[in-house]
Design a binder for this molecule. Structure first.
Ligand SMILES: NC(=O)c1ccc[n+]([C@@H]2O[C@H](COP(=O)([O-])OP(=O)(O)OC[C@H]3O[C@@H](n4cnc5c(N)ncnc54)[C@H](O)[C@@H]3O)[C@@H](O)[C@H]2O)c1
Length: 340
């Protein structure tokens, strides 16, 4: 049993992490500024309402408490916004991470699991992306995450910090039976936007490009269920007990599903025909973004359980269906296919 501080535990992936840790007998504390997270998503453990950009608040969060490890999910993570407001992204994702690492060092907390992203790779140069793929982010969001990964390598060397950076591809799905799911006020991810279209909420759905070199002409992405991500984080805790240093792993389910696959599967799961329009391709959307997670399977012992698209979408559908109606102005006008 460990005492784990979940920074960003009021958010989508962090709340699923809290559920997993509590169910497996660990003790959880959430630190969050509630900028994109929700108080109602904190169902396991106490909330410390604090901002990573406030070193004094971090100091008091650690003071008098004893954590075995920290999981760091906090970030601004909208790719387009990061291009428009790079300073805000570097402040939150880079300076915020540095403040957290410094607080951990002062309080002798020596293990960190960090949420990284497929966006550190930039445009893929191979069909399947493993950890050795070149890192060439094409937006400030991806660059901010790559900088944070570099901090972890430097901190291992200088201070003996043990860390695991997990680069998620497209997180998806929900745990409706536990009352948690994807609740981004500004939603750019494909599955929730398709499901909102099925519910008649929000603007019409757009597919950006149907002339890619893929079987049905639409882009392929790798969807990994949040519960499988939580399992990988828990395995990372054990890994850090056995291994010094800074480690990185890609997390995806290794299969590419097309935008058409997602829309057709959502229609079949929900029983609703989902209208869409085809729009021109967008700059910066590669045809295919699929992870190799062989390293995580081999070294962490990770075995994703949600390997099929239909159950992933079905879990998200049950959650979205039961939410209060979202107002359209909260919904980003595109059904994005980018990895965040
Ligand atoms: N959702 C995805 O598909 C995906 C893919 C790859 C990587 N990631 C990464 O995973 C992490 C979690 O993603 P998510 O989808 O759950 O996002 P989210 O926005 O739902 O959760 C982030 C949480 O961090 C909190 N937060 C942000 N900045 C903070 C700060 N300065 N101080 C304190 N709290 C702060 C927010 O209030 C929120 O509760 C992020 O780091 C994101 O970059 C997500």
């Amino acid at each position: 049993m460990s005492e784990v501080l979940i920074c960003g535990g009021a958010g989508y992936i962090g709340s699923h992490m809290a559920q997993w840790l509590a169910e497996h007998g660990h003790s959880v504390t959430v630190l969050d500024n509630l900028s994109t997270g929700h108080r109602g998503a904190i169902r396991w453990g106490d909330l410390i309402e604090a901002d990573l950009l406030d070193p004094a608040a971090l100091e008091s969060a650690f003071h008098g408490r004893s954590f075995d490890a920290v999981m760091h999910f906090c970030a601004k993570s909208l790719v387009g916004e990061s291009v428009a407001e790079p300073y805000a992204y570097y402040a939150n994702n880079v300076t915020g991470t540095l403040n957290l690492l410094e607080a951990m060092r002062r309080h002798e907390v020596n293990k960190l699991v960090f949420s990284s992203t497929a966006a550190v790779f930039g445009n893929p140069v191979s069909d399947v992306i493993d950890e050795e793929h070149p890192k060439a982010p094409i937006n400030p969001y991806g660059a901010s995450k790559l900088m944070a990964e570099r901090f972890l390598a430097d901190a291992a060397h200088a201070y003996g910090l043990r860390s695991v950076a997990l680069r998620y591809f497209n997180a998806a799905g929900a745990l409706p039976e536990h009352g948690i799911g994807e609740a981004h006020a500004c939603e750019t991810h494909l599955i929730p936007n398709v499901l909102r279209a099925a519910l008649g909420q929000g603007p019409s759905l757009k597919i950006f490009g149907n002339d890619y070199d893929t079987a049905d002409g639409t882009c392929l992405r790798d969807y990994v269920h949040v519960q499988d991500l939580a399992q990988a984080h828990a395995l990372a805790l054990g890994f850090m007990d056995r291994h010094e240093g800074a480690h990185t792993f890609n997390l995806g389910n290794g299969q590419g599903f097309s935008v058409h696959d997602v829309i057709a599967t959502a229609a079949s799961v929900s029983g609703v025909a989902i209208p869409y329009e085809v729009a021109p391709r967008r700059a910066g959307d590669p045809a295919r973004l699929v992870a190799s997670s062989d390293k995580a399977r081999e070294l962490l012992g990770w075995t994703p359980r949600w390997t099929e698209l239909a159950p992933i979408i079905e879990s998200a559908w049950r959650w979205h269906r039961d939410q209060p109606r979202w107002s359209p102005h909260h919904i980003h006008a595109d059904a994005s296919i980018q990895a965040a």
